[in-house]
Design a protein around this ligand. Structure first.
Ligand code: ARG
Ligand code: ZN
Length: 877
């Protein structure tokens, strides 16, 4: 096999042939589905006559081909591994093809496949070429007509994009439905579903008074798990009308839940297809986090109807154009419907842990990459989350009103077109009058910028001098970096008053909370008329996706934690304070010195508990220690055992010192009220469960009793799962094992709960876990073909159990590599994603580095899919 070759953004050329209209017909069969395609094609005016027609196509068995009704002779076309070439075609013509595909053999879950007996599709990014020969690129947009033919008894529901226009019976017990999608779309937004599905229906009246039918299709046993998704959809539709002036544009909007799905969900025009984990909820089976995730994913996919479908990407290098913008939109939506500060804290904690790690590793890439081998590898935290942070910076830079004018301009100017990231940024520049030239570098430069900040207060002149220095570390292929335009929101908190001081910069009064613009490598900002010595609060609200270093002392951090007017930075000050204490304890552990708890951290926590913080969700966050993964992210060299020991020590020390407070918090926040996924309830549960985690850290009688009682009370999955996890992760097997067994037996028929059952066992920090992982992989309910199960078992073990995955004997690495090798054949996209923790080898000690690289080499020796090849080559480069 020849090595897969990269493709480059700089090689972009508009398509030689446009598709004016696409007509498809599917005759469904598990092993041999027939796909007929009639394409109305036209040569691009700028291309010369005689340009061959090249269509993408993979693993298609071509049965017939004709142009304008004339069957082509064998010398008139050629079929290769990647597609079809017709050597001579007219200027405008009809192309008819018929191919055969095998849905049941499709374990990659890209193209047309079967999941729990139903047929479904996943076409983004390049799955459509596994369905029929086509110019499978987003800048080719056409209206589609799709006829789906299937067995009437087993496949009563036949769906595709748009509106149903015709249906009827056929001989042999078959039936058909024809769908028309009037909106021109690229092939990646095509979808088809066929199965024995139940339907939940609702209605929505748009702002202009049009009636839209909303349908959710699920397997019968899941009919009681659709309420929340439907309610979320309606909230999202209203929000997009109010916030962006965007209205839905078809008479019908459908969502289908499928059990085997590579990602969360897919925004196919009018027919969104969801991983069942991203749409189904029930108080007894889904946690609060799952309810919130469903709400945000339903909104995300719905929002794509404008940011992605009506206006789409010119090429896949522009992926963040739709994903970054849409994540920003869903984040704002969730902030508006839940606790906004907590939404920001959660998003940023996740971002700083996972995206920073990606940006610092061998697969780092710009938000707009300039080359790739396999686009399926670029559905990353950088494209999605960093892309969203860039849009957020834009929105803050130009201001909310100009941002709305800019987005209106973008949607109207480019409606029905496939465009670039510049087009989007240009609209923002035009609407605001801002010069965003330097800002564009955020899209082309990889790596996390770091700001070293220093400040000095000059009593005599009442001045505060702040010096900011920026640098972006080298990343693969980008040794030199240019200065970025970084918005830094800040305040100066007076140490006497505990208040934000008025900010005067260059004679201009900026209020008490302002944004300064760092554009040079180094800049000095002199604030005048500063009446008392301040502690600076920098990067408020995480105003830019950077690492901000300031030589804060522990007193400064405790002070900010108590006084900062910015909720995000109050929380962050607590995190920084905990990290300083953890640093000492990690060092103590490594040096074999007795660990001593810093009393200032205990006092700071006591302060948080005593402060009157109204938002219980914020309070829960402030009481939560940085995760082991985030602590690791701060260390020069990751020592998983020392990190685990240090964090456990802090938790136990806090629990011992503040036990009564945690007990009180627990009691004050328990409730018998019927479960609702409402912000106030969620907040109270999170606070109660944080308290329980501390009590269980010391496993005294009270903690154990509460955890057992909470599990037994069986009030809702959030509480049950939290209690069970604490018990299983604790030391009392005599209590945990029967609970785990009962839980597994009760939910054996519910795959989404069983995923949780798998995960909570393999994330156990105790040393026996590797055997448990192997045992569970042999469990009848485990299958490598189901991505949710792979993530719940292997993914959870490798990503959420650092001490066991990084065992010094390398057996954790070996298990992961074995799984990757097997999955490489079955599902390359999932296989490639699973490698991630091994790619981070440079962060560990030499012994582990060697072990991890040896596993990567072992993978490399296999015959690899382009997906796995690309990741492994980068990891070993
Ligand atoms: N566009 C989808 C979303 O963001 C994700 C599609 C992912 N496709 C893939 N092959 N990984 O909602
Ligand atoms: Zn998306």
């Amino acid at each position: 096999m020849s090595e897969p070759q990269p493709i480059y953004l700089s090689d972009y050329r508009p398509p030689a042939y446009r598709v004016i209209r696409t007509e498809l017909s599917f005759d469904l069969d598990p092993a041999a589905t027939r796909v007929k395609a009639r394409l109305h094609l036209e040569r691009h005016p700028e291309r010369e006559a005689g340009t061959p027609l090249e269509l993408d196509g993979e693993q298609l068995d071509l049965k017939a081909i004709a142009i304008d009704g004339q069957v082509l002779g064998e010398d008139e076309y050629a079929v290769g591994e990647a597609g079809l070439i017709v050597h001579r075609v007219p200027q405008a013509f009809l192309l008819d093809t018929e191919v055969e595909v095998a849905p049941d053999a499709n374990t990659a879950l890209s193209g047309l496949y079967r999941s729990s007996g139903m047929y479904c599709t996943q076409c983004e990014a390049e799955g459509f070429r596994r369905i029929t020969f086509y110019p499978d690129r987003p800048d080719v947009m056409a209206p589609f007509s799709t006829t789906v033919i299937g067995d009437a008894a087993t496949l009563p529901v036949l769906l595709s994009n748009g509106n149903p226009v015709e249906r009827g019976e056929l001989p042999g017990g078959r039936h058909f439905v024809t769908w028309e999608d009037p909106h021109p779309k690229p092939s990646y937004l095509f979808a088809l579903v066929a199965g024995d599905l139940e339907k939940v229906e609702d209605r929505f009246t748009t702002m202009s008074g049009r009636e839209v039918t909303l349908q959710l299709f699920v397997e019968e046993e899941n009919l009681d798990k659709t309420d929340h998704a439907m309610a979320s959809l309606k909230r999202a539709m209203t929000w997009d009308e109010q916030t962006y002036g965007r209205e839905y544009d078809l008479d019908l909007f459908m969502i289908v839940a499928v059990n085997d799905f590579n990602m969360g969900a897919m925004e196919n025009k009018g027919l969104n297809i969801f991983n069942s984990a991203a749409v189904l909820t029930h108080p007894d089976t889904a946690t609060d986090a799952a309810f919130q995730r469903v709400e945000s994913i339903v909104a995300h996919e719905y929002f794509h109807n404008w940011s992605g479908n009506r206006v789409t990407c010119r090429d896949w290098f522009q992926l963040s154009l739709k994903e970054g913008f849409t994540v920003f939109r869903d984040q704002c939506f969730s902030a508006d419907t839940n606790s906004a500060p907590v939404k920001r804290i959660e998003d940023v904690s996740f971002f700083r842990t996972a995206q920073f790690a990606e940006d610092a590793g061998p697969t780092a890439h710009p938000v707009r990459p300039d080359h790739y081998i396999e686009i399926g590898n670029f559905y990353t935290l950088t494209i999605y989350e960093k892309g969203a942070e860039i849009v957020r910076m834009l929105s803050n830079l130009v201001g909310e009103e100009a941002f709305r004018r800019g987005s209106d301009l973008y949607f109207s100017r480019f409606d029905g077109q496939a465009v670039t990231i510049e087009d989007f940024v240009d609209c923002m520049a035009e609407a605001s009058g801002e010069d965003l030239g330097q800002f564009l570098r955020w899209y082309s430069q990889a790596g996390t910028p770091e700001i070293d900040a220093h400040g000095e207060y000059d009593y005599a002149n009442a001045e505060y001098r702040l010096v900011l220095r920026q640098r972006t570390p080298a990343t693969p292929g980008q040794a030199e970096k240019q200065a970025l335009h970084i918005p830094v929101r800040l305040g100066l908190v007076g140490t006497k008053s505990g208040r934000d001081l008025p900010l005067t910069l260059d004679g201009e009064a900026l209020g008490t909370d302002a944004v300064i613009h760092l554009r040079e490598d180094e800049q000095e900002f002199v604030f005048t008329e500063v009446s008392e010595a301040p502690v600076p609060s920098l990067g408020r609200g995480f105003s830019a996706p950077v690492k901000l270093h300031f030589p804060y002392g522990r007193e400064d951090l405790a002070f900010l934690q108590a006084h900062d007017s910015d909720g995000f930075n109050r929380w962050d000050a607590g995190q920084r304070l905990a990290l300083l204490a953890l640093d000492d304890l990690i060092a103590a552990h490594r040096n074999g010195v007795e660990k001593v708890m810093d009393p200032r951290v205990v006092e700071a926590f006591r302060g948080v508990l005593e402060a009157r913080i109204d938002d219980k969700a914020v309070l829960a966050q402030m009481l939560t220690l940085p995760s082991e993964a985030y602590i690791a992210e701060q260390q020069p060299l990751v020592d998983v055992d020392a990190i685990h020991a240090a964090r456990t020590f802090v938790k136990q020390s806090l629990a011992a010192s503040l036990r009564d407070d945690f007990l009180r918090l627990y009691e004050q926040n328990r409730s018998e009220a019927p479960y609702a996924p409402q912000p106030e309830q969620i907040a109270a549960r999170s606070l109660k469960n944080v308290a329980l985690s501390y009590l269980m850290a010391i496993e005294d009688e009270a903690g154990l009793e509460l955890a057992q009682a909470q599990f037994a009370a069986n009030h809702n999955m959030t509480d049950v799962r939290h209690a069970l996890t604490l018990l299983v992760h604790g030391s009392r097997g005599d209590i945990a094992d029967p609970a785990l067994k009962a839980f597994g037996e009760k939910w054996v028929h519910d795959p989404l709960v069983m995923d949780q059952w798998f995960s909570l066992q393999v994330t156990r920090p105790q040393a026996d876990v590797l055997d448990r992982v192997k045992f569970l992989m042999a469990h009848p309910a485990f299958s490598l073909k189901n991505p949710n199960r792979v993530r719940a078992l292997i993914g959870a073990f490798a990503n959420q159990n650092p001490v066991n995955f990084h065992r010094a004997d390398g057996k954790g690495y070996r298990l992961l590599a074995d799984t990757v090798i097997e999955l490489n054949r079955l599902n390359p996209e999932i296989a490639a994603r699973l490698i991630t923790p091994l790619t981070r080898w440079a962060r560990f000690d030499e012994t582990r580095q060697e072990l991890m690289k040896a596993e990567l080499e072992r993978i490399r020796a296999e015959e690899l899919s382009p997906n796995v090849y690309e990741v492994v080559e980068k990891a070993l480069a």
